[in-house]
Design a protein around this ligand. Structure first.
Ligand code: CP
Ligand code: NVA
Length: 308
């Protein structure tokens, strides 16, 4: 059994295996309807329990469909309906019950500590469906989309992030190290990365560069990724932060400084990208969102030791 908590903890070989499996599965189900299972139903009889402490549309639906297409079922828990959030039951007891009833647990949490505590107490695999510090399932799926739209191995591409120093960026940085792709980060001064991420960057100076000027960051980019300026539960002065990021808005003018780059955005969206770019023909955000299903199927198989 394997956990899927942070990209940095998974070998490059296994990450690549997940992507290869996802590509194969996506191709094979071209003629199948949404709820029809993949041939062989590799997760028949398995239950995915998923819990969201923060809002979610895509992660919730894509994990539900992922397990269904593999022949299993999903149960979504609302934390406010559990004894856990009302203070009546510990994480360790909750985790024991989840491990007794379920086969795999996917958690979107507002606390890194909870993730660690669930990991310690579960005896079934744990998937991180977004935490304050990372969003690994999103980024692995984005690598899949990037290779699909460019038809190139990501190690041959220049990737650019324009936006906040948040959970999604942290996972992108970890992916840049694992998949050896060049990453330019454009964000305003005073928006710092965590110590752990900075240490990872220090060891990879040649491939990861940070800029406080979006025009410099976007130069030569093949793909530009971004995310909301204000993340869920972001405890900041929102007015100030939005103002600080005004120069970093992705407009057609800014995009014209790249090599005709594609735009990706994990969604939901705020004001960080203009309508013209977001709905324009270089934007691949809908394909990106849809691919979550395919990659997460292979993540589930990886976690349950069933990746071919
Ligand atoms: N991108 C993403 O994780 O979307 P949701 O918050 O809707 O799950
Ligand atoms: N950075 C965003 C990602 C949402 C999918 C957040 O944490 O709210």
């Amino acid at each position: 059994m394997n956990n899927f908590i942070n990209i940095k903890d998974i070998s490059s070989k296994n990450l690549r295996k997940i992507l290869i499996d996802a590509k194969r599965r996506k191709l094979k189900r071209k003629k199948l309807k949404t709820l029809e299972s993949d041939l062989g139903q590799p997760l028949r009889g398995k239950l995915l329990i998923q819990m969201f402490e923060k809002s979610s549309l895509r992660t919730r639906l894509s994990f539900y469909l992922a397990i269904r297409q593999l022949g299993g079922s999903a149960l979504t828990l609302r934390p406010d309906e559990l004894h856990l959030s009302k203070g009546g039951e510990s994480i360790s007891d909750t985790a024991k019950i989840l491990s007794t009833y379920g086969d795999i647990f996917m958690l979107r949490t507002d606390s890194e500590k909870k993730l660690v505590s669930f990991k310690k107490n579960l005896s079934i695999p744990l998937i991180n469906g977004l935490s304050p510090l990372s969003h690994p399932a999103q980024i692995l799926s984005d690598i899949f989309t990037i290779e699909e739209i460019t038809k190139k191995n990501i190690s041959k591409l220049n990737i650019c992030w324009i936006g906040d120093t948040n959970n999604v960026l942290n996972s992108l940085i970890e992916a840049s190290i694992k998949f050896s792709f060049k990453l330019n980060i454009g964000c305003p001064k005073n928006y710092h990365l965590s110590k752990d991420i900075l240490n990872q960057i220090k060891k990879n100076k040649k491939t990861i560069k940070t800029f406080n000027n979006p025009k410099k960051a976007i130069k030569n980019a093949d793909v530009v990724l971004t995310d909301k300026v204000i993340s869920m539960n972001d405890k900041v002065n929102k007015k100030k932060k939005i103002k600080d990021f005004l120069q970093f808005k992705i407009t057609s003018k800014l995009m014209s400084l790249s090599k005709n780059a594609y735009l990706l955005h994990c969604l939901p969206r705020g004001n960080e990208v203009s309508d013209e770019v977001f709905y324009g023909n270089r934007s691949k955000v809908w394909q990106q969102a849809y691919n979550r299903i395919h990659v997460q199927k292979s993540i589930l198989l990886f976690c349950l030791g069933k990746l071919r």
